[in-house]
Every structure is written in C-alpha cells, then in structure tokens.
Design a binder for this molecule. Sequence first.
Ligand code: FMN
Length: 383
Amino acid sequence: MSFDLEQTDELLSTTRAVRRRLDLDRDVPDELLLRCIELAEQAPTGGDITSRRWLVVRDSETKKKLADLYREAGGNGIIERAEQHTGTGHPKQGVLDSAAYLAENLERVPVLVLATVWGVHDGSGRPGLFDSVIQAAWSFCLALRSRGLGSAWTTLHLGKAKEFAEILGIPDGVTQVVLLPVAWTIGTEFKPASRKPASEIVWFDRWGYTKENHGDVESLIASLPGVTVEVDIAASPERVWDLVSDINISARFSNEFQGAEWVDSDGPREGASFVGHNKRTDVGREWDTTSWVVACDPPWVFAWNVNDREDPSAQWRFELEKIPGGTRLRQRLVIGPRLSATGHAMKDNPDQAGQILASRQEQHRGNMASNLQGIKEIAEKGG
Ligand SMILES: Cc1cc2nc3c(=O)[nH]c(=O)nc-3n(C[C@H](O)[C@H](O)[C@H](O)COP(=O)(O)O)c2cc1C
C-alpha cells in the first residue's frame, strides 16, 4: 500500500501538546484507548519483551490525588510563573499559560494515562527502559490525534513518583515514564510548531559537519559544506552578545585569525564591512579578507560574508539562544559558494576533494571550538 503523505505528514507535524483545548466534558471510551495502546505497542521494545504497562485512571478521587501531587511537584510553580509573567510579553507566555491551565485542571481531564515499564534504570546504559517506552507513548499520542483526541507529554509528577506508586499500587521494580492526560480535542486543527530546519541540526559523517545544498550537486564543494560548533554558557545572551559582536574576539583564541578593523563603521551593524587578517602556518600563507555584516540582530544573530557580500567564499554566523541558566552559543561556517583556497584545491584535485575538505573542516572546527571555549570562559567570569 502507499501512504497518503499529506495526511501522515500532517499527523506527524501537528500532534501538539494540547492543554487548553482538551474537552473536559466528553467521555473517552475504553475501547478507543485500548485500540490506541494496541497501536502504540507496535513500537520497538528492548529484548523484544512486552514490558510496558499502561495505567488508565478515570476515578475522580484518584485523579484529584494525582493532580494535587502534580501541582506539588511543580505545577504550582508553573501557575505562579504564568501569573507573574502575564502582560510582560514573555516569549514563553503561551506555553506557560497552557501548562498552568493543565496544572489547575488536571483532575478534570477525563482520563490520565500513565505509561510505565517493568525495570529500573541501573545506570548500565543497557537499553530497555525509557528507551522502550518513549517511542510507544508517542505512537499512542499520534493514534489519539488521528482519532480527534489529544494529550500533552508531562513528566512533572516524576518528582512525586513514589507517592504516585503508593496511590496507584505500582510495585517496586516498575518505572513510570510519562503521564498523558487524554481527552477529545476542541476542534481538530493544529499547527506545526516552529523548530529549527533539519539542515541546521543534522551533521554528516562527523559531529558538526553540515551541508547546505542537498539537491543533486555536481561536486562536494557545490554541496556547500560547513562546520557548526556549539557551547552552553552560564551567562545571559546580552553578555555573550557583547563578546561575539566584537570582531576581534576570535583573534584571541584562533590560530588562524589575527584580528580585524571596521572599514566604514565603528561597530557591528548590517551592511558594515571589516578587513580581517589571517595566517596559516601549516601552509605558510598570510592574507587579508573583506567581510560584510549580513545579519546583526542583538543579542541573537551576528553574521558576515567573506570576500563578496552576494557570492561569498565563506559565510560565518553566530547564533545565540536562551536556555535555562544561560545561553547556547553556536558558531556556523558555510564554505562557499564562491571558491576559496580550499574550494580551488578541491576542484584541482577531485580525487582528493573529500580528504582536502575533511582536513580543512577539522582545522576550522578546532579553531571554532577554542574560540567558543574562550568566549565561554570570559563570559562566565564576568570580567
Ligand atoms: C520530557 C518532556 C517533559 C514534559 N513535561 C511537561 C509537564 O510536566 N507539563 C506540561 O504541561 N508539559 C510538559 N511537556 C510539554 C512541553 O512543555 C511541550 O512540548 C511544549 O509545551 C511545546 O508544545 P509543542 O511540542 O506542542 O510545541 C514536556 C515535554 C517533554 C518532551
């Protein structure tokens, strides 16, 4: 059989965390739940042993006890944070309000489904526990969605897993993995979430190695290869931004980049250009480049193109993302499309193009990694 990709892709891209649109008044029949669990059980399972156990909770009093524990375990904190942030334009306000709504109303959801597995993680790294439940629980969510029901993946209660086990009679030796509040959804239209494009989070053959051009390309260099390096920094995006938007910062940590001056500007702004000085001792080469700032969005993005603004030989980009406790900083390089020294070498030696590219990528990665490490150290010192 062939699948209707439009439908399956729609299912995969719109199965969202549903909280405010859970219909609290419409009953969910057991039959439907069992069918969805049967489908979920088709997911792979460690050792090919049926170790998953599913608890379907409908009893009002039991649900109330579980909901109280969910709130104690963190739900109350979410409710408070949502209230504090109301009207402040906080970027996560939507998710916070939605999570707060669920925390306030958990006992009113028609059924709570707890996915568990026989076994306790022993830290051995052997598969068979969470790894045997998560894929099945997600299939369950997909099966629900395709039938007009919804859920939200919740794990807050795990802080009170012992108390849950007492209330529900879960024996020792069983691990709880996820609590899924299940209801019909109010309306069935859901939108895909905003996520990073795959090409930004997929590495080819080696960690951090990217490709921008995935079509039919005539050569390796035409695939627009690149390198991405990331580091988590315990400092605010603003603090990290001050460092990454300093065009001389990388000169402190890179073997290759020696420093730069602004040409027609005294600081970063889109359209400004700077001259950078470079040196490679391995090939005995020194050269200057002119670069144009193509994106400057403090404190999130700082990017420049080298040698030609529209047809660069290299594209550099810093991206900052706020994460709990700090900032995730990524530095991305795309080699090309215009031929650089590496590109020329690859073109002139097609048999060795792969090797030439890999060794240059490795060099870049080393420089970029020490650069990010250096920025991290300064940012975290606060000096
Ligand atoms: C591991 C994990 C744990 C989560 N725990 C909770 C939770 O305890 N409570 C909750 O309301 N949402 C929880 N979520 C749901 C996320 O908050 C949810 O993915 C987010 O709201 C974005 O929704 P979306 O994926 O539909 O875009 C959890 C998600 C994951 C992956």
